[in-house]
Design a protein around this ligand. Structure first.
Ligand code: BTN
Length: 322
């Protein structure tokens, strides 16, 4: 019944609904309407109440609701099975355990908080409660060689960048290979962990961390200069459920396109969304720093740098610094 009440308020798009109207539509007494509105208030909904006009919905709780997510999702596979947790060490670790129990492709692990979220190269990933999207998705790209993993990494970044731009209007850009930046500061990180047999991919656990509604205070001091959140950049809170739905939809569409047509379409999109090309960049590689002009990426997703001596260097891993 409270769900139906929320639906009525959502359909009214911010207009007032009188107690009488609501009691007619729901076929309950006006006292029962009032009790249900109070219940919704306790759950974090906010209403404006004006005598003789009624109630108007002005705010919803930012809850990740797996049941609602399943009904809102427009995907075939991605997120059709959801494992939702209040707290985990890392969604990557939870995903690995689920894989051992036979979790199928598209299984999504979602947590409100991670106590030991991890980033690339063993770095910790700040994942405060209720403020972000901390998630891992199970992929089983049948028969793909392990050498395709970098392409899939870029694919996730493209899907996320498109979703962020569409849902928030924030002009995020991709830093090679797969960080999302806004104004030079990081809003998201992607970590792909895979298992292969005979150089053929068995599974990938694609971990994505999106700093959605974090405030400056959520970041330790050392990170404030280099990290930001969508809410900080958009100047308003961002609906995590809506962003997640859009992201999974973009991701699944692009993944299907990739399996049918290969890396070509993803490469074009990545090049259009990156902030790492057509400028001089410095890259920290396992062998040390390299500086050069970002010319492009190749068909494997490697970065092509033109060095000051005119030679070209191909980088398959590293951290870009501007
Ligand atoms: C990076 O930029 O270093 C990658 C960060 C990846 C963080 C996400 S949050 C969800 C998933 N679980 C983890 O422990 N890490 C990834």
């Amino acid at each position: 019944m409270t769900e139906r009440l929320v639906e009525l308020f959502e359909a009214s798009q911010g207009a007032f609904l009188s107690g009488e109207e609501l009691s007619d539509k729901l076929a309950i007494s006006r006292t029962a309407v009032w009790k249900r509105i109070e219940k919704l208030r306790e759950e974090g909904y906010t209403f404006e109440a004006v005598p003789r006009k009624g109630y108007r919905l002005i705010g919803k709780p930012d809850k990740l609701d797996p049941a609602a997510l399943v009904t809102r999702l427009q995907t075939e596979l991605f997120g059709r099975r959801i494992h939702y947790h209040q707290e985990v060490e890392s969604t990557q670790t939870t995903a690995l355990a689920l894989l051992a129990e036979g979790a199928p492709e598209g299984t999504l692990i979602l947590a409100e908080q991670q106590t030991a979220g991890r980033g690339r190269q063993g770095r910790p990933w700040i994942s405060p409660k209720g403020k972000g999207l901390w998630m891992s998705l199970v992929l089983k790209p049948a028969g793909l060689p392990i050498s395709c993993t970098p392409q899939l990494t870029l694919l996730v970044a493209v899907a996320l960048c498109r979703a962020v731009r569409a849902e928030t209007g924030v002009e995020a850009g991709i830093k090679w290979p797969n960080d999302l930046l806004v104004g030079g500061r990081k809003i998201s990180g992607i970590l792909l962990e895979s298992r292969a047999e005979d150089a053929s991919l068995q599974h990938i656990i694609a971990g994505v961390g999106i700093s959605v509604n974090l405030t400056e205070e959520d970041y330790p001091e050392g990170l404030r200069e280099t990290a930001t959140s969508l809410a900080i950049e958009a100047g308003r809170p961002v609906d995590r459920m809506q962003l997640l739905c859009r992201f999974l939809q973009e991701w699944e569409q692009l993944y299907k396109l990739y399996l049918e047509q290969g890396f070509g379409p993803v490469k074009l999109l990545w090049e259009a969304l990156t902030v790492s090309l057509h400028r001089t960049i410095r890259c920290r590689t396992p062998q040390g720093f390299v500086e050069g002009y970002g010319e492009g990426i190749d068909d494997f997703g490697a970065l092509l740098l033109r060095l000051p001596d005119g030679t070209q260097q191909r980088l398959i891993s590293g951290d870009v610094e501007f």
